[in-house]
Design a protein around this ligand. Structure first.
Ligand SMILES: CC(C)(COP(=O)(O)OP(=O)(O)OC[C@H]1O[C@@H](n2cnc3c(N)ncnc32)[C@H](O)[C@@H]1OP(=O)(O)O)[C@@H](O)C(=O)NCCC(=O)NCCS
Length: 180
């Protein structure tokens, strides 16, 4: 498989992570306000956690498992967050997940990045469905998902475990026909 591409939007460049992003990733993802709303970011989260996470990306992309993009500002290149997509080839579908550093919230970055990744998945990766979910108390993420064209499909009770707590989740998805 070719190297992971970068995706450019009006204000952002979504590019593969580099090892020198680790300190910024740890600072932003280590924020409890980010970790609380995500499934996979432990708290506390330190630079070594980010280094180990970034080290998995190349193989995950090469094997078609996932793509992780650093959300960076087009002007200046500052790292602002992360958006990832996991592929489920058997079902020709993919799942997106993202976070934005608190200092960058409310500027439309998650929505702008999300639109680009959904488009890339449909146009370049041949998926027929893109889905996502968020905790029921994550109104900002539910709004992002709606803004990028995923439709709210339902409530899955006790869908995941965060630590020892079962979490209800709102389910979102968009299928190819709707996207086109
Ligand atoms: C969710 C998150 C990614 C949003 O990032 P962002 O770049 O600020 O998102 P955007 O600016 O593109 O859009 C946010 C939308 O949510 C709205 N919003 C924000 N807080 C809200 C709240 N408490 N209630 C309702 N809507 C809210 C904003 O007004 C905006 O909608 P609008 O454009 O219609 O006004 C960011 O808050 C984050 O990283 N949170 C922690 C991690 C996380 O939740 N990840 C997603 C896991 S499913």
């Amino acid at each position: 498989m070719n190297a992971q591409p970068s995706l450019a939007t009006e204000r952002l460049v979504l590019r593969p992570f580099r090892m020198d992003d680790a300190a910024s990733v740890a600072a932003m993802a280590g924020d409890e306000a980010v970790a609380d709303m995500t499934l996979l970011i432990p708290h506390p989260y330190v630079v070594q956690d980010a280094v180990e996470w970034i080290a998995t990306h190349a193989e995950s992309f090469a094997t078609g498992k996932s793509a992780q993009f650093a959300i960076t500002e087009r002007a200046g290149g500052t790292l602002a967050g992360s958006i990832g997509i996991d592929f489920v080839p058997r079902h020709a579908k993919a799942e997106i997940g993202y976070w934005v550093g608190r200092a960058f919230w409310g500027r439309g970055f998650a929505s702008e990045a999300g639109r680009a990744v959904v488009r890339w998945a449909f146009e370049e990766r041949g998926v027929e469905r893109v889905e996502s979910f968020c905790f029921t108390n994550n109104a900002a993420s539910a709004r992002v998902l709606e803004k990028i064209g995923l439709r709210r499909e339902g409530l899955a009770r006790g869908y995941v475990k965060k630590g020892t707590t079962r979490m209800d989740c709102l389910m979102f998805g968009v299928v190819r026909d709707e996207f086109e």
